[in-house]
Design a protein around this ligand. Sequence first.
Ligand SMILES: [Ca+2]
Ligand SMILES: [Ca+2]
Length: 261
Amino acid sequence: MRMKKVYIALLIIIFVFFLVMFCLFGIDNIRQEQYSSILIVGDDTVWTYKNKKWLNIRHSTSLHKYNWKEFVVYENNEKKGTYKLWHDDKWYVFDKDNNAVQLDGDLLAYDANFKLKVKKFNISDVNDLTYVRTVLEEKGFSTSSRFTVLNKIDLDYDGDNVEEEFYVMSNVFPIDFYPDYLFSIVFMVKDNEIYYIYDDVAKNTGYNGCKPYFNSFLDTNNDGTYEFILSCGRFSDASRVDMLYQFDKEKDAFKILISNQ
Ligand SMILES: [Ca+2]
Ligand SMILES: [Ca+2]
């Protein structure tokens, strides 16, 4: 009889444990699975997020499904409003009366079944070269290397009310100098620590290399943590590289969720 009571007590404890675990993680997981979004990044990238998975949409018949659908449109990281999009060789933008709208800047458009948050950011010059020199040294480059791109964004990425610094440095497409090696390096500094995001080094063979820049910082899956899109352009008219990044807390490093390449 006593043993039976112990078994019942144990069963109740196990049941309560699983119930608590389900409430803590299961509901959150189920809720997370319901969120879906479509991201259009420039003319070369369409990503969909559904059932916690990212997909590249490339085929023209799939892209045509989005014709005349309404999207929230940003140009050069500035919100323009809700517009209809239409795809041919590129995306064309129309207002609600179907009048064409001219957008010449960097396009970001989204549709989501939740209120998708986009962080505003400003690009500034780098006045203090401490971290830039550290990175150059770490990568085996002279600290007096010349740049074709050197800027940074100060932004509270992880929501702890302290701004992180996102640096972009590159010497690709040089005009009045000819380095042996081309580099494009993007990194974040938080608490004096450098976290690499993008790191491309190659022998200079003319106009090779890719010029990186931050496209947008946004919460693409409504989990309260921000992702960002880093793009990079080649010298020729070849299509642009777009990459969606997330910070992996377990690995304490950035990882690419999806790329259009
Ligand atoms: Ca922060
Ligand atoms: Ca997120």
